[in-house]
Design a protein around this ligand. Structure first.
Ligand SMILES: *Cc1c(COP(=O)(O)O)cnc(C)c1O
Length: 458
């Protein structure tokens, strides 16, 4: 039986003759691979008949695979605004336009147009950051993990860095403060306990070998209940008294006070600078809503040392990052926050999100198989990105439940669809959170859902 079928597989040459562009590398690869896949399917008893139609199907499948990118656009229906697995912060149209212009041609990346001499690559970003944060000087590297490594290497190699036990965190992607510390050559000096660290713990740990007092934002976790920690301001006072610089790794780092969106207070970057902290670092693609970057700001004498360290050259940002960062910072300067997608999504009212849920509902209503049920519900969603882990924002979801079927299987079908749709599973139901779905994505989203549903029941 299998042998019969194998004999029916046409030769690569014969199939290629049917194509006018048979010399095209992509076509050749698709035919060869498609026929291979067909052969394998026959050997695995997955095929009972080989017709021209079967051959065409296998080749087209392979052609499509060759034309699809591994990294591709997905629809984020999780409601998590800064989702590490989904590319963190999206950027706005205007910023993307600027990026396109810069990378499709040449730019004055390191040419000072005034003097005609070699210029500094992030002069403008530096000026914008100084103005926005009140800091004296700026250095920008590849990401915040790189920023921490660079600051520790430049300011505390061979010296002790005092840090609270409660702040020795690990965040996603195996970034662990003790490991980064070791890599930088700095010596970790833990003080306090997991839940409580007092001012005197820091004071008692200071010796002539202390290089830095470090404060780390606990990002994606919180210690609740019987707790105590030292504020940036208090740490600055001890630092001043003993002549030791204070460095705060802020993690997400926001320019906007989130209390205006009904969330609880988180110090802004400006607040931390104002408290007198000597060096502050934060990510470019968390609450800042820009490109992946590690932004280091602070007092000139320390930032100078950071900039001069050889690692700085190894960790520097490229023109793509630079153009996105400058364009985003300009939006902050002009207070055009609605053009920064992260803030547009955080600030959107539940009523406005509900309208998009209703639109999706109307596209699906009456078109899904009859064992599917559909409803619109109020929900809560996290912001993500290690920002405000205990806070949620009220949102609206389109909820799908399937009688006698496995919602998880449906979730998986959507994830494998075109485009992939990532939602949330909750108590066996599939939730599509509309806070992170753009208006112009709703039609495509509804089509992906209908295709998935057809596959599930068919
Ligand atoms: C996210 C985070 C980092 C790492 O930042 P990346 O930009 O992802 O490299 C470091 N420290 C803290 C506290 C963080 O929250």
């Amino acid at each position: 039986m299998g042998k019969e079928l194998l004999r029916k597989i046409p030769s690569v040459d014969r199939v290629l003759k049917q194509f006018s562009n048979s010399n095209n590398k992509k076509i050749k690869d698709a035919v060869r691979k498609g026929l291979d896949n067909l052969r394998r399917a026959i050997l695995q008893n997955l095929i009972s008949e080989v017709t021209e139609e079967t051959v065409r199907k296998f080749i087209l499948e392979e052609l499509e695979r060759l034309e699809t990118f591994n990294l591709r656009k997905i629809i984020n229906a999780t409601g998590v605004i800064i989702h590490t697995n989904l590319g963190r912060a999206p950027i706005g149209e205007e910023v993307a336009e600027h990026l396109k212009e810069i990378i499709t041609g040449y730019s004055n990346l390191e040419l000072n147009l005034e003097t005609g001499k070699r210029g500094i690559r992030y002069q403008n970003v530096k000026d914008l950051l100084k103005e926005l944060t009140g800091a004296e000087d700026v250095c920008v590297v590849n990401n915040n993990a790189a920023a921490v490594l660079l600051v520790l290497s430049a300011l505390a190699s061979g010296k002790e860095v005092v840090v609270s036990r409660g702040e020795l965190i690990e965040i996603g992607g195996s970034f662990r403060i003790p490991d980064v510390m070791k890599q930088s050559g700095a010596i970790l000096k833990e003080v306090g306990t997991t839940n409580k660290t007092h001012l005197k713990d820091y004071e008692e740990a200071i010796s002539e070998n202390t290089g830095l007092l470090l404060k780390v934002h606990t990002s994606n976790y919180r210690i609740l209940g019987f707790t105590e920690s030292v504020t940036s301001k208090e740490l600055v006072e001890i630092g001043k008294k003993h002549g030791i610089p204070v460095y705060e790794d802020l993690g997400s780092g926001s320019f906007i006070d989130v209390r205006r969106f009904g969330l609880s207070y988180e110090p802004t970057v400006q607040d931390v600078v104002k408290s007198g902290v000597d060096i502050v670092s934060f990510s470019g693609d968390k609450l800042l809503g820009s490109a992946q970057a590690g932004i280091i700001i602070g007092k000139k004498e320390f930032i100078e040392k950071v900039k001069k360290h050889p690692l700085n050259r190894a960790l520097r940002i490229d023109k793509m990052t630079l153009s996105v960062l400058e364009a985003t910072l300009k939006l902050y300067k002009n207070e055009e926050y609605e053009k920064i997608p992260v803030w547009k999504m955080i600030s959107e009212s539940p009523e406005s999100i509900k309208r998009r849920a209703e639109k999706l509902y109307s596209y699906l209503d009456g078109k899904l198989p009859e064992n599917f049920s559909l409803s619109i519900n109020g929900e809560e969603a996290e912001i993500g990105g290690g920002a405000l882990p205990l806070e949620t924002l009220p949102t609206f979801v389109v909820e799908i439940s399937i009688k006698d079927r496995n919602e998880e299987a449906f979730y998986e079908l959507l994830r494998r669809g075109k485009p992939p749709v990532i939602g949330r599973l909750k108590k066996g139901k599939l939730l599509l959170d509309m806070r992170t779905v753009k208006d112009e994505e709703i039609r495509t989203l509804s089509e992906a859902i209908l295709t998935g549903a057809k596959r599930l029941v068919g």
